[in-house]
Design a protein around this ligand. Structure first.
Ligand code: TTP
Ligand code: MG
Length: 373
């Protein structure tokens, strides 16, 4: 069957979250900055929305330069913890769309998700099984993913679809923001051949310069080049990679980074409060959801994290690691309750949103019941 991979990348992620949280920012150029604290505008641009990009503002640029490009832009400090909780929610949505095969993750211990989070705002999903290798179905799936992210998170993302990770990754930015781009295997020569070398994902300026000296300027020229010449210039592994990547060939698997997966739920309280009797019922609902998810996948957890976002939008997290992995609802309820009580004791502000997350996930192997002891 034809392999199909999806790459999803959120649009102007940090800036889009700020716009979502503060409707007054809509329509304005928004620049999220990593301030160094030395002087008012010292530091660099973390990201900016598309309105700000029209003025030439870009990630990594000094904030002072961004201010010169557009003095009317709104400059905000990064709130990494908060963006991380939004990222966890987005990843939970995306994970549901990945195949559940065991072929691509390199172990045969049972069903594992073919899902790989690459950074705070992007992920690869293996989707061959659920699309039957059909690219039209893959595009429908891509649109459904975009719709669910828009509905649940009020954020947009861009989707790339291809026969492997390399092509999916190169496709996703092509119609940003809010785009979807797909390349079937037969589309690859026409897409790749005219590209400049640095457009190939994984090929940087240094390699491009060296290839330039060999008379190679485009990806098409690289694909046509003698592989032995590439190997003698770059070594065996890199030489073969260059030859294959230029032809759009990439067999690297989509793999969950072991132990990194967490499952979380977060929700907004009916009103800002610090009354545990109002907060806990919501936490219990989140826990029901989590337990259903864990049971459906036969997973145990060992780490419980409580997330609280207060009235001033500050995010706090507090975790507890259990002495062993469990799948028990009652233990999760008790642990969450204990963390909440300690948290309220330590923090005086009212809470706006609360979340519960479990980590240290493991598959239940040959389930043991109490009777076995
Ligand atoms: P990106 O996906 O590279 O950028 P983006 O999501 O802001 O915009 P695009 O629509 O082009 O995808 O990075 C994701 C987040 O990572 C971004 O919102 C902020 C952060 N980031 C930095 O802090 N510094 C950087 O130099 C880059 C590139 C990103
Ligand atoms: Mg992005």
């Amino acid at each position: 069957m034809q392999r199909v991979v999806i790459h999803v990348d959120m649009d102007s992620f940090f800036a889009a979250i700020e716009e979502r949280e503060n409707p007054e920012l809509r329509g304005k150029a928004v620049v999220v900055c990593m301030f160094s604290g030395r002087s008012e505008l010292s530091g660099s641009v973390s990201t900016c929305n598309y309105a700000a990009r029209e003025y030439g503002i870009r990630s990594g640029m000094p904030c002072s330069q961004a201010k010169k490009l557009n003095p009317d832009a709104v400059f905000l400090p990064v709130r990494k913890d908060f963006y991380k909780t939004v990222s966890d929610e987005v990843m939970d949505i995306l994970r549901e769309y990945a195949d559940r095969g065991n072929s691509s993750n390199g172990n045969n211990s049972g069903p594992a998700l073919a899902f790989e989070q690459v950074s705070i705002d992007e992920a690869f999903l293996e989707i061959m099984e659920r699309t039957g290798g059909n690219f039209e179905k893959a595009c429908e799936l891509g649109l459904r993913i975009k719709e669910e992210v828009r509905k649940k998170e009020r954020l947009t993302c861009s989707v790339g679809i291809g026969p492997n990770k390399l092509i999916a990754k190169m496709a996703s930015p092509m119609q940003k923001p809010d785009g979807i781009t797909s390349f079937r295997p037969e589309d690859l020569p026409a897409f790749l051949a005219p590209l400049k070398l640095t457009k190939l994902w994984g090929l940087g300026n240094v390699t491009a310069e060296k290839l330039g000296e060999m008379g190679i300027e485009t990806v098409g020229e690289l694909a046509a080049h003698d592989v032995m010449a590439l190997i003698s210039a770059f070594g065996k592994k890199r030489g073969i990679w260059l030859k294959q990547a230029a032809a759009g060939i990439d067999e690297s698997p989509v793999r969950d980074r072991e132990g990194s997966e967490q499952i979380g739920r977060i929700a907004t309280l009916p009103e800002d409060t610090r009354d545990p009797e109002l907060i806990f019922p919501l936490i219990e609902r989140l826990i029901e959801d989590l337990i259903a998810k864990l049971n459906a996948r036969g997973l145990t957890f060992q780490v419980v994290t409580f997330t609280a976002i207060n009235s001033g939008f500050r995010t706090h997290t507090k975790s507890r690691t259990l002495s062993h992995a469990v799948s028990d609802r009652e233990i999760l309820r008790q642990t969450a309750r204990e963390i909440l009580e300690v948290f309220l004791d330590e923090n005086p502000e009212a809470l706006r949103r609360v979340g519960v997350r479990v980590g240290g996930l493991q598959e239940i192997k040959g389930q043991t019941s109490l009777f076995d002891y």
